[in-house]
Every structure is written in structure tokens, then in C-alpha cells.
Design a protein. Sequence first.
Length: 336
Amino acid sequence: MDLKQLNAFIAIADVKSFSAAASKTGLSQPTLSRLLKQLETDMDVELIDRYHRPLHLTEAGAFFYDKISTILTEIDTVTSMTQRLSAPSSGLNIGFVPSVLYGLLPEVIAKLKQSSPDIEVNLKDISSYQQIDALKSGEIDIGFGRFAHQDPWIQQILLRHERYMVALPKGHLLADIDEQRLIDLANNRLILYHQTHLPIATTAAATNATTHKVDRKKASSNKQPSLEPVTEPLLHLFAQYGISPFMTTTVSDLQVALGLVAAGEGITLVPASLKTVRTEQIVYRRLLHENATSPIYLHTLKDFVHPKIPDLLSAIYQVYERRGITYRQQSFTSQR
Ligand code: BEZ
């Protein structure tokens, strides 16, 4: 069994056709067919049923596909990390979710450039979830996101918790109340915008996505708590207080959510650093609940920390100190 055979099997299984796999890999159909046959002969297992179109994985083939594709991804990760170790890039590629760009990220980069004037920084707008693959492939060296990730390749530092604020259209009935309670907001359409959801283990009750109207009568008459977990972060926050918003609409990102609030289509909750956005149409109010916060995490690979990351972390802490932000200083476990 060798890597060529395994990659041929994955390519055929991905697209379920020899001709499509041939154009994807640049190998000829006879070559792909030969590599697959050799793999099956070595293993003495039929992996792909060739008598159906599109091609089918056998039961054993589906099991093998599942396990071997994880191993091949790990081989790619290790190869890319080894290449980076032998020739680390001088630039620092930073992945970020949009909400941190509205916050302290620009100030942190400016601080880093003061201490390392020659550093080349590349910023990439990339969701929390995609940052993990981007770190493994070497597309980014560091990621700032709002979700914890459990991944054996990744280490993370919790930088701080940022308070959520309510974004209401100007002229909304609640707009004059400085400190808002979630229960008072529940009668509004809540605009949801998160692309990454909470891991199931940390969540409790039920929800839905896209535009969704909660049947309150049914909900209140149903004494059994739902077993479906709430993984959408804003709904999770409401669910912690036993509240389901009356109606939700899911949009693609934070900017669109604030656009809808500005248009009077609903309300949303955003991290406090967003409170300067669209202030002609939107008012931002504090939430009374102290645990209504959004964390900011820094993610990097466990075994390969870019040489400039300690300087970046020190720039972040300097910005926090200058602004009087509470934080707990941490460092990475393995720094080269
Ligand atoms: C922050 O807002 O705390 C932050 C944002 C981006 C990078 C580092 C810190």
C-alpha cells in the first residue's frame, strides 16, 4: 500500500467517477484504475463497487474512506509544518473574524509594528471554524476568533471576554433604556449572524435557523424540555435564561445583521467593540446580565509557533494595559 494508491482511492471516492477523478488529479483513467486495483489486491478487500454508476463505495470502502482521509489530512499537515519549520516565512499571516477587526486588532497590529518595524503582516478575513484548517495548511500562522476549538493540533489562549450589547433601531420602544434585560427583548425578531456554532457539549435546549417563528403556546404547554441542543451562540444566551425569542432570522454575517437592524427589521446582540457602527440608525445598549459576553481566542498550532507570535501577544497585552482592560496573562506551551 502506498500514498499514490491511497490518494487515487480518495479522488475516485470523492467524485464517484473515474473520468471526473482523472480530470481532478491529472492522472489518466487507466492509471487511476490500476492504482485502485493494486490497493484492493494488497488489502484483499473490494473498496469500490464498479458495477453501478455513479460508482459506489462498498461498506468496507466507506469505513476505509472515513478513516484514511483523516490520516491523509494529517500527513498533509505534518508535511506543511515540516516545510515551515525548515524555512519559516518572514511575514505573519493573521486570520480574523470580522468582529475583532472592529475591535482592537488594528491597534494591536500598529503596536506590533512599533516593536518590529520590518514585519510584513497579512490579514485574512476567515471564520473561526475555517481558521483551524487554515492553520494546519499554513495559510495562516495565527487566528483570532470567538470560539474554543478542541483539536489535537491546535492550542488556544483565551484573551478576554467582551460584553455583548443590544443593537436596536433608533426609535425602537426600548431604545431609551440604558440597561436591557433579555426577557424584554424576546418579543422582537432576533437577527442571527454567527457562522460557527457552539460545540454541542456546551449547550442545552432547542433552536432553529433561517426565519423561524416560535410557537409560544406549544412551547409553554410542552413540559418536557427539548433534547435538541441550542448551538447558535445568541440563542444559547437566551436559552440560559429559559427564553426563546419570538422570531429569528439568520443572515450571512455581522454587517448584514446590523444592516437589517438599521432598516428596522429586528434587533441583534453584538460584542461591544461594534458599538460605533451605523450609529446614525442604530443605538447600542448594555445588557444587564454580566455573563452575556463573547470570548476572544488566539489560536495557533501546538507544534509550530511562528517566531513573531510572542511579540504579537506582548503587543496585545500592552494594548489591554493602556486601555485598562482586565486580562490574565498567558503564554504558549511550546515555543520554538
Ligand atoms: C481584542 O479585542 O481583545 C483583540 C482583538 C484582536 C486581536 C487581539 C485582541
